[in-house]
Structure formats: structure tokens, C-alpha cells
Design a protein around this ligand. Structure first.
Ligand SMILES: Cc1cc2nc3c(=O)[nH]c(=O)nc-3n(C[C@H](O)[C@H](O)[C@H](O)COP(=O)(O)OP(=O)(O)OC[C@H]3O[C@@H](n4cnc5c(N)ncnc54)[C@H](O)[C@@H]3O)c2cc1C
Length: 405
């Protein structure tokens, strides 16, 4: 997404694969923790936790290939951030090799540790610019006993956020995912992805996928969610809703959500932005930012979808109909991205919610970041990697600028 694992064009980069460091070193049910080497694939962590009657609650579309080292280094989010937080919230300990060869041993599964700076967290989201993560201690939670997935039709993003807050109150902490899908995104999926069906009969302008989970047997989560949604419909706050009655139906709803990006690709290239703003401001942002971009760049089509509950949407801008999207992106992409990023800054947001900075966003990160943030980032990099040998040109641009081959 940001060319974070792509070497620069100097021809002097050394590529390091940790795929053979693939052992689960230990599982400690007493600590609710698991120690995995950096090359372990995420789905193997899921399996190991499940075998111990526990769960590692971070999951994403790349779970069959993404490694623990990569997930830590990108501070991956995924579909359960709403309830459990991103990788940062699940990282208890870390082992890393520093640029000078020193091994930082920090795998102890301490829940409380106030020895000054939190060194393990430095490596989370660092994109390999401070050292090589070789192993990590991960937080586990009780295994999932119930899972319910619903699809809900609404009038506006604000109605969606209001629904989330009322579900929080009625269902406690069981809401794990809350994904915003505008009608235009759903229509793209139905058009381009074979075998997909509209979840609702009504063409609601805004729709959400809701997933709830519980580690408790006995409480009927589906009944509680159905009752909550019925109340919302009676009050006129929800237009339509459906609850998956089987695992296959639940997966079919997720299939629609997870194929939005793919469907968009079939439709042509887009200027893509993975942005976050405070959750309470996201309903306003998606409407006003889309209108502002469409007014400033006539003919373009802005679309915002994704993790509304986390205050993170994919804000993509597609070419005017009839133009070659590749040529259009080459001409207009940079200007559109700068325009969107300025709107994000004005809203107190981040130009990178999940994807990191890598090479592609490095110059823009420097352009829009406040001097205090940049000074601290540069000081940390200089202190730990004074020779600048670790993943050069990522997060902070090379002096000569990005040079992607
Ligand atoms: C289909 C799909 C769906 C996705 N969905 C989501 C999502 O919902 N939410 C989300 O947050 N992300 C998502 N992602 C992104 C995903 O989190 C990352 O692609 C993944 O975590 C990268 O892991 P990797 O092992 O492939 O790392 P790589 O791509 O190989 O590396 C990623 C970065 O980490 C660095 N790195 C890798 N290993 C180490 C190490 N051991 N030590 C130091 N640095 C290291 C690399 O230098 C690079 O900068 C998705 C990706 C795909 C392909």
C-alpha cells in the first residue's frame, strides 16, 4: 500500500526474509499470552491460540500471508479494532535486533511496566526503520463462543454512528466491527464481483455491516441484537436490517464488504487515501470532504467506506467518467491527495490510519506534520539508527527524495 517493503532504486539494499523464523515459542494460558517468532503467519497464531482454548483477536484479509513481524511493524488494525484495538494494544513484549547488532530482549509478558519510555511500542508501526523484530509476546483473550453479523440500512453516516453508540449501550462491549458501506460501493461490488447479492431489499444510501462477538456461552447474542435493531426500526432510525442466520450468510456479508476495493479496481484506478479523524467527526467529514473534492476537481467521484467505528475510512477519488483513469491519476493524483490531506489535517486527523507511511506517503507526511512531531521522529531515528541503514527512505524520505524502481 505504501511501498514499505520495497527497496529503493540504489541497488544497494539488502532484503531480509524472516519466514523461516516461524516457531510459536510458548503459550502461557496463565498470562493469556503467546510468544511467536517474527516469521509466523497470522493464521498460525490463530490456530495455536485456539488449540489452547484462547483467541488472538486481530484478523484481516491477509491473515494467510501476513507475518507477525510485518503486522507489528505496520501496527496492523483489521476487523476487530473496535473492541480490542490494533496490534499496539495486543503487543505485550518484543525481541528485536538493533542496527548495531545489539539484541533487545523485551519478551516478558508484563501487564504493567513503568520503566520510563515504552521501548516495545517503539517498534510497533516503525516499518523496520529502527531494527528487526525477531519475536513478540502477544495478548490473548478468551475464545469466541458466539458471533453474529448483521447488515443495516440507514439514511446518513450520522445515523450510522448514532446506531453504533446505542448498540454499545445495549450490547455492552460485544460490538467488534462496524463497517460503513455507501450504496455506490455496494453497487460496484454487485456489478463487478460474481456471485454477490444485495444484503437488503431497499436501496438505502448508507449501509453498515455490524459484527458482535461474545466469549460467553448461553447469552443469546443474536436475539439481543435483533431486539436492538427492531427498536431502532420502530423508532424510524433504521430503514432496514438483516441478521445472518448461518455462518455461510455471515461470511457472504463480509464477502461483500471485503470486495469493495477489488470492485473499485475493476472500475479503474483511483486516488486512494486511508485516513482517520475523530470518530464523532467522521459523519460530517465523509459528506463534506466528498463534496469539497468533487467541487474542486469537477467530474471526479469520491467514495468513503470502511471502519466507521474506528474513525477510519478509505477515502478514494475516482476519475471522471470517460477519462482514462491511469492518465488522469498521473496528472491529477498528487493534487487530489494534497487537497484531501489538507482536509484531514483541518479535521485533526491522520493521513495514514492503517497503511503506514512507507515511501509513498513520506514526502506528504513531512509536508503536513507539525514541526514538533517531525523533530521527535527524526530524533528517535537518529538515536537508534544513526547510520540510517534500517529500511532507508521509509517513514522519513531520503534526502534525495523517494526513488521507487
Ligand atoms: C488482503 C489484505 C487485507 C488487509 N487488510 C488490512 C486491514 O484490514 N487492516 C490493516 O491494518 N492492514 C491490512 N492489510 C495490511 C497488512 O496489515 C499488511 O500487509 C501486513 O501486516 C504486512 O505483513 P507482511 O508480513 O506481509 O509484511 P511486509 O509487507 O513484508 O512488510 C511490511 C512492513 O513491515 C516491515 N517489516 C516486516 N517484517 C519485519 C520485521 N520482522 N522487523 C522489522 N520490520 C519488518 C517491512 O520492512 C515493511 O516496512 C491488509 C493487507 C492485505 C494484503
Amino acid at each position: 500500500m505504501v511501498a514499505g517493503a520495497v527497496p529503493d532504486a540504489s541497488g544497494r539494499a539488502l532484503l531480509l526474509s524472516l519466514r523461516r523464523m516461524n516457531r510459536i515459542r510458548a503459550i502461557s494460558p496463565g498470562d493469556n499470552a503467546l510468544v511467536a517468532e517474527a516469521g509466523v503467519i497470522l493464521s498460525h497464531v490463530h490456530e495455536a491460540a485456539a488449540a489452547a482454548g484462547l483467541r488472538f483477536p486481530l484478523s484481516l484479509g491477509a491473515k494467510g500471508s501476513a507475518t507477525i513481524g510485518g503486522l507489528i511493524s505496520t501496527n496492523a488494525g483489521g476487523t476487530q479494532v473496535l473492541r480490542f484495538g490494533p496490534m499496539r494494544a495486543l503487543l505485550l513484549g518484543i525481541e528485536a535486533v538493533l542496527p548495531d547488532g545489539t539484541i533487545f530482549e523485551g519478551l516478558s509478558p508484563l501487564r504493567k511496566d513503568n520503566r520510563g519510555y515504552d521501548l516495545r511500542q517503539l517498534f510497533c508501526g516503525a516499518e523496520g526503520t529502527l531494527g528487526v523484530v525477531t519475536a513478540a509476546t502477544l495478548r490473548l483473550v478468551p475464545a469466541l463462543r458466539q458471533r453474529v453479523v448483521a447488515w443495516v440500512g440507514l439514511d446518513s453516516p450520522q445515523a450510522a454512528l448514532d446506531l453504533l453508540r446505542r448498540l454499545d449501550q445495549r450490547l455492552g462491549e460485544s460490538v467488534e466491527a462496524f463497517e460503513l458501506v455507501p450504496l455506490v460501493a455496494l453497487q460496484l461490488v454487485l456489478h463487478h464481483i460474481p456471485g454477490t447479492r444485495a444484503p437488503l431489499a431497499a436501496d438505502c444510501p448508507w449501509q453498515v455491516l455490524v459484527e458482535c462477538g461474545s466469549s460467553v456461552d448461553g447469552e443469546d447474542l443474536a436475539t439481543r441484537l435483533a431486539a436492538a435493531l427492531a427498536t431502532e426500526m420502530q423508532a424510524g432510525r433504521v430503514v432496514d436490517a438483516v441478521i445472518a442466520s448461518s455462518e455461510a450468510q455471515a461470511n457472504a456479508l463480509w464477502h461483500v464488504r471485503e470486495n469493495i476495493s477489488e470492485a473499485e479496481r475493476h472500475d479503474g484506478m483511483a486516488a486512494k487515501h486511508d485516513i482517520s479523524v475523530p470518530v464523532s467527526d467522521m459523519p460530517r467529514f465523509v459528506i463534506e470532504a466528498a463534496a469539497a473534492v468533487e467541487a474542486r476537481f469537477p467530474g471526479v467521484r469520491a467514495i468513503a467506506f470502511g471502519h466507521l467505528g474506528d474513525g477510519n475510512v478509505h477515502f478514494n477519488v475516482r476519475a471522471p467518467i470517460g477519462l482514462d483513469s491511469r492518465d488522469w491519476l498521473a496528472c491529477e493524483g498528487e493534487g487530489i491527495t494534497a487537497f484531501v490531506d489538507d482536509l484531514v489535517v483541518a479535521a485533526g486527523g491522520s493521513l495514514s490510519a492503517e497503511h503506514g507511511i512507507g515511501q509513498i506517503k513520506a514526502a506528504e507526511f513531512v509536508r503536513i506534520s507539525d514541526p514538533a512531531r517531525l523533530a521527535m521522529v527524526r530524533a528517535i531515528k537518529q538515536a537508534i539508527d544513526p547510520l540510517g541503514i534500517m529500511n532507508p527512505g521509509k517513514v522519513l524520505p531520503l534526502a534525495s527524495g523517494p526513488a521507487i524502481p
